[in-house]
Structures are given as C-alpha cells and as structure tokens.
Design a protein around this ligand. Sequence first.
Ligand SMILES: [Zn+2]
Length: 268
Amino acid sequence: MRYIEPHAHMVSRTTDDYAAMVASGCQAVCEPAFWAGFDRRSAQGFYDYFAQLTDYEPKRAAKYGLPHFSWLCLNPKESEDVKLADEVLALIPEFLQHPNVLGIGEIGLNKNSRNEMIVLEKHVDLAARHDQLILVHTPHLEDKLKGTKLIVDVLKSDRRIKPGRVIIDHVEEHTVQLVLDAGFWAGITLYPDSKCTPARAIDMVEQYSAERLWLNCACDWGQSDSLAVPKTGREMLKRGHSVAAMDRLLFQNPHRFLSQCPNFVVPT
Ligand SMILES: [Zn+2]
C-alpha cells in the first residue's frame, strides 16, 4: 500500500508516528497551519510557528525519508482578533517563498462568527493575489452545515478562485454533496472514536463520486490516529474494493490535487 497523508499536525506528534507512517506506506505528509492548543498572543508567536512548519519540521520528517509539506494561515479559532489577524497575514507572503509550502490553509470557520468571516475573506484574497491553493477547515457538529454553506458562498463570490484549486475538509454525509456540486474537492477526516470512522468514510466513498475526494487523519495533540488513512485502505479491501480503487483514493487523488502546486514533487 502507498498513500499520501494530506492533513496531519506533525508538530504535535512524536517520532514514533513518523516511523509508523513510513512503515505503513506513507509517501508524503502535508501539514496545515492550525491552532496550537492555546491562543497565541502576538504575531511573533505565529512567525515562530511558520518557521517551524517551513524549516524545522521538514528536516525532522526527512530523517525518516518522508517528504513534508505545509500550508500557512491564521486558523479560524484564532480569528476573533482582526487586528492580530492583519499582522499575521502580513507575515505570510515571506513564508510562501519556502519550497515546502503548498498554499493557504487551513482557513475557514469555527463558530461562524462575523470576525471569522472577515478573516476568511482576507485569506481568500491573499490566496487569490498570490495564486495559491486553498485548504478549508469546516466547523464541527451543529455548526458544520451552516458554516460550510457560508464558506462556499465566500469562495464562489470571488471570481478569481477556481473551485478545482480548493479542498474543503472535514466533510460529513450532510455536507459532501454540497461541496462536490460546487466544483470543490472534499476531504474526509478520520477519527478513531468520534466523528467519521473508517466505515462511515467508505460508506461515503461508495455513495458519492470519489473523483474529487481525499482521506486524512488530521492527527494533532488530541485523541487521533496518525495511521487512520492506511487503516481505512485496509477496510476498503476488506469490503471488496480493488487495490487500484484504494490506490486512487489514498494516493492518486491527493497527488492530483496537490500537484497543482509546483512545490509538490512526489514521484508516482
Ligand atoms: Zn487540521
């Protein structure tokens, strides 16, 4: 089995995770900028985090032979302070020059608040001006459907944004069709005991067109499983899917989307 892990917060994981992912067939790992488990109090805190994502973490992954890529933004959970957001957004263009950067993400909404919407629009503008791919986080639980609709509206209203260059992540059964119908890619996030299990993910893959879908584990410092993607691959085989279909979903799909960024160089 070979696979790409397109969404993992490796700064919060140990080297055991790197070793296990490589042993399971991981060919590349991609790390969106995210909340650190606490609110950072200054733009300097984000500067250091961006340096970690673009410099230190790729070197740590390279020790295990794993190519590491990153996405940059101020995440929606820390978007309430618009002044701080402006300072952080001003730092990003400098970091876009790094050879492991794939685009702007994970942007989006958390509580669907007015300030989160303002900061989301600023990120979309930044991505458009710098011709960057976009990775979107959608809110959890009861806020997900409303938040996903708001996000799709923001992206659709900016004529510079091509839906095929945007992935909307953490979709569930009630949001996946909305995202695919609008022309975007959709990410299914696998969690060990809450939200989307491997079985639910494969149900979705069987029900909807898998052409623009990818799977990810979104592992961070909380309860999560860095091997959720290969485990779901095995679940596919158990259900009678072919090795070729598994390879398309776990490797070729993320490879096709991410290769739209010239920095993403991973042999097929
Ligand atoms: Zn994430």
